[in-house]
Ligand binder design. Structure first.
Ligand code: MEV
Length: 382
């Protein structure tokens, strides 16, 4: 897909012109765009959740200028905050000068946890579980056609809470969820093996649930931002000071990462992902060394440009869940042109990195309140 330059800037266009632009750049020929963008009918909402009373609408827009692994794409974002889309489009435009975003994603390996308590000898129980690994995996896999349990691991854990509940065993299924986020399938598998786990260990199974801390399902993205486009080497230096603060101080890191999540959540919401799961995993990862730090990293290159990177656990899906039932989410995935969960994860990571650059650049120059982000973004974006 080639994203053509729009004759007018997107913010100058009418809605119809923007939709025409999307049709052109994505080659979506389907006449159903309007239907896909209509609010969810109440009957659907009522099927989705309990005690439904209406629909909470959030604006959806598109960010432009993204080049990810050499592929140009327009990025749908659902967000209520002004300036976010303009700012991220501007950052993506600057990244484009040096080739855009380079991203990679791990396979979709997730963990499902089965917690066993009341064991006299946890080590002994671990050995017995491992001896029955093949059989447990077979049970897990007999309960799902769409995803595959590829491994099983055991861990001993000691309660660190003030309640002092003692030692416990964790039996963890490692599950390849492929192009699905996978939560339901993982939970089903955990529940399926639980009775066998209890019988083998002679213990009491308590929790049977996926982990949203998906450290085996990471995404990484990097980009270089040209120093002249950023506004000169002084801005590069000031951004590095801003990063120093976000790396070193949790009070700043939380706000820094909030800006990252402006981008990540907006694409996640538009494409029907579980953004609460993404948030929880991202923040745990930000605190992985015991201190809450920036999710992005920044450095100056030999040429004096600004190189940025982001790495985070990210479980998203392009099949199943809301993606299957929500027409707007389907449309958003169509706009993106992603065919796999990995590809979607890479777009989301690139958006988070670009969003962070936009915020840092604005904060390191005139500040946010001057309306800098919006005005500047409009000056640069199509
Ligand atoms: C506002 O939604 C996000 C920012 O506060 C992020 C940041 O401070 O880096 C601008």
């Amino acid at each position: 897909m080639t994203v053509m330059a729009a004759e007018k800037k997107l913010y100058e266009m009418s809605r119809e012109e923007r939709l025409d632009y999307i049709r052109k750049v994505t080659r979506i020929t389907d006449g159903g765009i309007e239907a896909m963008l209509r609010p969810l009918p109440f009957e659907d909402a009522n099927r989705m959740i309990e005690n439904a009373i209406g629909i909470m609408s959030i604006p959806m827009g598109i960010a432009t200028n993204f080049v990810i692994n050499g592929r140009e794409c327009v990025v749908p974002m659902a967000i209520e905050e002004p300036s976010v889309i303009a700012a991220v489009s501007n950052a993506a435009k600057i990244a484009k000068v040096k080739g855009g975003f380079i991203a990679e994603a791990d396979d979709s390996l997730m963990i499902g946890q089965v917690q066993v308590v009341g064991l006299g000898n946890v080590k002994h129980a671990m050995t017995k579980i491992l001896r029955n690994k093949k059989q447990l995996l077979a049970t897990a896999n007999s309960n799902s056609r769409s995803v595959t349990a590829v491994d099983l691991q055991v861990r001993q854990l000691r309660d660190k809470s003030p309640n002092n509940m003692g030692n416990m065993l964790l039996v963890e299924l490692v599950i390849d969820t492929k192009d699905a986020m996978g939560a339901n399938a993982i939970n089903t598998m955990c529940e399926a093996i639980a009775p066998q786990v209890a019988e083998i260990t002679d213990g009491e199974v308590v929790l049977k649930i996926l982990s949203n801390y998906t450290t085996r399902r990471m995404v990484r993205c990097r980009a270089t931002f040209d120093k002249e486009q950023l506004g000169g080497s002084q801005i590069v230096k000031r951004i590095l000071y801003a990063y120093a603060l976000a790396y070193s101080d949790a009070y700043r890191a939380v706000t820094h990462n909030k800006g990252v999540m402006n981008g990540i959540d907006a694409v996640a919401l538009a494409t029907g992902q579980d953004f609460r799961a993404i948030e929880a995993g991202a923040h745990a990862y930000a605190a992985r060394d015991g201190t809450y730090r920036s999710l992005t990293s920044w450095r100056r290159t030999k040429e004096g440009d600004l190189a940025g990177g982001i790495e985070l656990p990210l479980a998203v899906g392009v099949v199943g869940g809301v993606v299957k039932s929500h027409p707007t989410a389907k449309f958003a995935l169509q706009i993106l042109g992603v065919r796999s969960a990995k590809e979607l994860a890479m777009v989301i990571a690139a958006t988070g990195l670009a969003q962070n650059l936009a915020a840092l650049r604005a904060l390191s120059s005139e500040g946010i309140q001057a309306g800098h982000m919006r005005l500047h973004a409009r000056k640069f974006s199509k």
